[in-house]
Design a binder for this molecule. Structure first.
Ligand code: HEM
Length: 289
């Protein structure tokens, strides 16, 4: 029974990671063929943000990334120890990262409850817009249905799926770490630990898959925000904040001032038209003889 469950766990894990790889391929090809990459990377038509991402959640996110990489790599090695000499060191790495990830997860949940709970609140409107967002990601719809900072799927992933999966990983992981204390009530510590190991491994494959999809969408949908999140780029709205609002005030003072979004549209369109014209000049009229 345990042996066949272990084989199934490997099959499920391979299927999940295969699905994530397929997702990457579809996104890269789809964005290239549909011209979205050109719009985004060439003309800079990325989602607009009107708020500064605070340093604290960015820092926690960075620490999570570091720990998750350590846990995933060391975990895969625990299951498939292709080079036996590294076993004790690898185990210590998993143990250190597991405590770190638990501590940071608790801190992030407390922060969310106190500071940015609303960002993850799933509304009826989110449920309505979710199919449209899904169709956009599947290249069926042309435009992204912007409703709030995160769409319904992002709220469910960041606010629920990640914390719930990590909690179950922590519970199953700690049952292997302290089997006598945590699994004694089951009556059979050894076989319970073996089941915990299978669940832990399958959930690890699931969280790795969700994370790979999350990385893919961050890359193709909002590359500038991804860079900002890792401190590799300054938030443009931080740099240009004063200048931007000074310009706004000047425009408001003028009686013929038009709404901002109309102005931005015109500026964008003019810039895009200029680049397009340079790349693809209009055919010259034939001169009459
Ligand atoms: C959240 C807290 C976590 C705890 C407390 C934890 C704890 C543990 C423990 C105690 C083991 C057994 C180590 C051994 O036998 O030497 C283990 C194995 C493992 N962990 Fe974790 N872990 C956690 C998170 C993760 C995460 C996030 C991943 C992957 C992204 C992961 C992937 C794995 C894998 C693949 C194994 C090997 C399972 C097997 O042998 O089949 N763990 N973990």
């Amino acid at each position: 029974m345990l042996a066949s469950l272990n084989v199934w766990a490997d099959v499920i894990a391979a299927g999940l990671v295969g699905a994530a790889v397929l997702f990457w391929i579809v996104q890269l090809v789809g964005n290239g063929v549909s011209g979205r990459f050109r719009q985004k990377f060439r003309f800079g038509q990325w989602p607009e943000h009107d708020e500064i991402i605070p340093i604290f959640p960015r820092l926690i996110h960075f620490l999570h990334v570091v720990n998750m990489i350590m846990l995933a790599v060391s975990g895969i090695y625990i299951r498939f120890p292709f080079y036996p000499g590294l076993k004790p060191l690898n185990q210590q790495i998993h143990y250190i990262a597991m405590w770190a990830v638990i501590v940071f997860m608790v801190i992030r949940i407390v922060y969310a409850l106190i500071v940015d709970r609303k960002t993850f609140a799933f509304t009826r409107q989110d449920a309505k817009v979710m199919p449209q967002a899904m169709m956009y990601y599947m290249f069926v719809r042309k435009h992204y249905p912007h409703l709030s900072k995160y769409n319904g799927m992002q709220k469910l992933t960041y606010g629920y799926a990640f914390p719930v999966l990590l909690t179950f990983l922590a519970i199953t992981g700690l049952s292997m770490f302290w089997p006598a204390q945590l699994l004694g009530w089951t009556g059979s510590i050894a076989s319970s630990a073996a089941y915990a190991r299978i669940i832990h491994f399958t959930l690890a494959a699931l969280i790795i898959t969700v994370t790979l999809i999350h990385i893919c969408l961050s890359f193709v949908e909002d590359f500038p925000a991804l860079m900002i999140f890792f401190g590799l780029r300054r938030q443009y709205w931080e740099e240009d904040y004063d200048e931007y609002y000074e310009e706004d005030e000047e425009l408001d003072d003028r009686s013929d001032a038009r709404p901002d979004d109309q102005l931005d549209d015109q500026l964008d369109n003019a810039a895009v038209a200029k680049v397009l014209a340079a790349e693809d000049p209009a055919p010259r009229k034939k001169s009459k003889k």
